[in-house]
Each structure stands twice: as structure tokens, then as C-alpha cells.
Design a protein around this ligand. Sequence first.
Ligand code: PLP
Length: 393
Amino acid sequence: MAVSRGYHFYQNPGPTNIPDRVLRAMDRGAIDFTGAQFKAIAEECFAGLKRVFKTEQTILAYTASGHGAWEAALVNLFSPGDKVLVVESGYFSLNWGMRAEAFGLEVETLPNDWRSAVSPAKLETRLREDREHALKAVLVVHNETSTGVLNDIAALRRAIDAAKHPALFLVDVISSLGSMDFRMDEWGVDVVVAGSQKGLMLPTGMAFTGVSTRAIAACAEAKLPRVYWDWRRLLGEASQAYWNGTAPVHFFYGLQEALRMIEEEGLDNIFVRHHRLAEATRRAVRVWRQNDGPEIFAIDPRAQSDSITAVQVPEGYDADKVRQLCLDKFNVSLGGGLDRLKGHVFRIGHLGDLNEPMILGSLAAIEMALELSGVPHGKGGVAAAMDYLVTAE
Ligand SMILES: *Cc1c(COP(=O)(O)O)cnc(C)c1O
């Protein structure tokens, strides 16, 4: 096997590149997680997270991947037999629903085509039909990482309100937080599920839930068994410095630095940067689309994600072969297709600690891999991305 030199271009939609500043911040000794020094770090982190979630309510953190926060949301809010509505958007939405089912909840799926954003009108119609208010919650993924489709959370909130339905509103922001605008309080979200390794630029292993006052009230009534995830324990006397077990001190070192970086750049500037890099990527794919080449999987330009682009290769070609070539020949790592999209799409992550040369380098590797694997495509995708980047804001 050939030895790779130079930077590994890590272009997966999670985990993402970890900035050197964050790595350096984590390269320190342990401290007592019950002491004042740690408490000060944790308090700075929770205050910073609230600004990123755009909430004045509660944020709880866990030593876990995002799957842990998914589970925390379920076991703290519901009782066996409760009915919840999963709004289908792709692999991640259905996966969250499967977990609810495994805990004995009755899961109804609001079906949706994976290539378009979920329809607020369809949600409103379904909720209006539920006159008895049997549905206890609506579960939505903000940015569906398997498809690159962004859902309009504010519009879905308005749909719930228009139907005058009391369901709790649960939103997974794992691949949108810190990359695209999200507003927990303004958009009336009851539980926000987030992870460390995407827009927050940390390693995998820390997860978060934003929890509304209504959700905390629901937690007191819920009957599902829970210990590690139990919000009542985490909200115990010492409040947010309190942990079920040893607090992940090193994650807090990293989180403190990542949040400082976010604050320095400014959330709005971060969103503009993500949009620029995403749009450059889309310009490249639109050129590749010529000659019946690969296309952007998300159909509606308004719903195309600024953190990940799924690219569908033409019928009869293997997306995984393109990915493998990118990795083996050019040391560029892309995301693969999940579930029914396996082999049909490759996914370009453009979120986190990323700039123009990094995305252009990756796009160039992909364009070369398309050529090498014999996938028909238009030439000049990278040039189109460059043209966009020099003229755009
Ligand atoms: C990555 C991701 C998850 C899973 O998070 P893990 O940290 O891998 O457990 C869930 N939902 C979405 C939308 C994601 O992008």
C-alpha cells in the first residue's frame, strides 16, 4: 500500500476537522472535576452553548455520541405506549424513530420523499386530524445528513401552532448547529439534540440536549426507566456542573476553545462562510451534471444544506468506487451513502473548520476521481467553484 504524505483532507459530514487550537487546548493534564477551576470552565461552556443554541433555557451535556442525546430525549419525556410522530426526512429521522420503538413507544411516521424538505402543510394536516391529541411529540431532523436536505424548523413550528396541537417539538440539530442558523427559543423547540463532532469542531464523544421548561415538566411525568440520562439527576443540586459519573474534563477544555473560536468569528459570519463553501460545491456539481453526470441529491435549491452535499452518481455507476479512489489516490475522505442510498451517493461534508483551498482541493480530487472511474461528467467543476468564490460576498 502506498504511503500518504501531506494533509489528510477530511471531508466527511461528521466527524469534522478538529482545529489545531482545539487540539492544543485539550493537550493538558486532568483537573478535579468537582473543583472550582473546572466549575469556571463548565460555566463558560454552558453560557457559550446557550448563545449557539439561541436559548435562555436549559442545556444538559453527556459523555456520549449524538445517539446518546437521542436516547436521553426519549427516555426523559415519554411513558411506554406513548405515541410520537416521526417526520421522515432520511436515514437519521427513521433511525431516531426506531429507537423510540425499541423503548416501547408507538411510532407513526409521516412519510416523505428523501429528496425534498418535509412539508409543513402535511404536518399541519396530520396534527389537525389528531383531535384527541394522542400524539405526544413531533420528531424532526433539522439538517438530514444522509441526504443534504435542510428542513424549515420555523415553518414546522408554525404548522404545529396552526393545528393548535400541544405535541412537544423535538429537533435533531446534530449536523446544523454552528453551521446554519438555528433558534431554539424563537422557533419554540422543546428539546434540541446536538453532538460535539460536527459544527462544534470537537472529537466525537460529547452530546447535548437543549431542554425547554415544558420539556422539564414532561420529564416529571414520564415513566420510562432511566438512570444515566436522567434529567432530574443532571438538574440536581449543583445544577450543570453535576455529572452522572466523571465529567469529561478534556472535552470541556476543547469546547471552551471551540466556543471562543465561534465567538471570535461570530455566528452570522460562520453561517455566511458555510453558505459560500456549500455554494461553491454546488456550482462544481452542477457542471459535473452535464453529459448526464452526477447530480445534487436534494432537488429544491432552497432546501440544499450548507453543511453537506449528497451527490448522486448516474445509474450503473458506483459512488463508493469514486470515494475509494479519492481516498486511495488523493488522501481525500468523503462520506458514503447510508441505507438505501449506499453506492448511489457520496457525501461531501463542508462544515466546521474549513476554508476555500480545503474545499477546492477536495473538489479537485473528486473531479479527478470521476475521470479515473469513468463516470460521465462535465469538466470544469472546480473552475466554476473558483469563479463563484471570487465574485461572491
Ligand atoms: C451524525 C448524526 C447523528 C448521529 O450522531 P452520532 O454522534 O454519530 O451518534 C444523528 N443525527 C444526525 C442528523 C447526524 O448528522
